[in-house]
Design a protein around this ligand. Structure first.
Ligand SMILES: [Fe+2]
Length: 251
């Protein structure tokens, strides 16, 4: 129990409102997932730090590995090591590496090498706050002294008359222990409806609309999918959906 309190305290807001790690963990353990919003995280979505963090998504590179040949996904990838210490959770950068998802048929055997997240972004305080919050809850569901965290900065774009696919894999599991999914930006977008599929239980559908709308899934318990996005207002230009995905695995 002491360790539970430490991880919660680590992500406490300056005003003393802590990230509700125990409640989030209970939802993930019981339902297979938890939905979260900006109010849950120690990050101010209106603040300058968050605005600077979101600028990182203006500097992504085209994902040329899409099997449908599409040019609608931009991304960077990075990794962190997370170690539980007496003071909470310590994060440090891991060397860049290829990304494999052998559990997903369309990516089986592929060593996908994405552009690395730049060091400044990998050390960003907003990033660390979100990752630490995800870890605090995940660690209460299935504890581990050490975690490997994969980070995906992803932008999906849809031009007028086209669609962008947030999950070209369709309904899938990513092959991780847990996955945190955080919305950074959604502009002029229709669609992008998330579905969580649970064996023997009703599907759950929702749309991440506002910055830091999030979902944390137990990737061993549920499947997920996000529908295509399209331009909502032709006068508004392209549709954009920016996400931070946090892959969490015990080391
Ligand atoms: Fe996924």
């Amino acid at each position: 129990m002491t360790e539970d309190l430490r991880t919660s305290e680590l992500v406490a807001r300056p005003d003393g409102t802590g990230f509700p790690a125990a409640e989030v963990a209970a939802a993930v353990a019981g339902d297979g997932f938890a939905r979260l919003g900006a109010e849950h995280f120690p990050v101010d979505p209106e603040g300058g730090d968050f605005a600077r963090f979101r600028e990182t998504w203006e500097d992504l590179e085209l994902d040329g590995a899409l099997v449908d040949g599409g040019c609608y996904r931009y991304r960077r990838y990075g990794r962190l090591r997370a170690v539980r210490t007496a003071d909470g959770i310590s994060l440090s950068a891991l060397p860049h590496a290829a990304f494999r998802q052998d559990g997903i048929p369309m990516w089986r055997g592929d060593e996908r090498m994405f552009a690395p997240i730049r060091p400044a972004a990998l050390a960003d305080a907003c990033l660390h706050a979100l990752v630490t919050a995800d870890l605090a809850a995940a660690d209460l569901v299935r504890t581990s002294p050490e975690w490997t965290v994969g980070l995906h900065l992803i932008r999906i774009i849809a031009l007028d008359g086209e669609t962008g696919l947030p999950t070209p894999e369709g309904r899938h599991r990513d092959g991780h222990a847990f996955v945190g999914m955080h919305l950074l930006r959604r502009e002029n977008s229709a669609g992008g409806v998330s579905t969580v599929y649970r064996d023997g239980r009703p599907d759950v559908r929702f749309t991440l609309e506002s910055p830091l709308d999030s979902v944390l899934v137990d990737d061993t318990a549920v499947w997920h999918e996000v529908s295509p996005i399209a331009v909502r207002d032709r006068a508004g230009g392209r549709a954009v959906r920016d996400m931070l995905l946090v892959d969490i695995n015990p080391s």
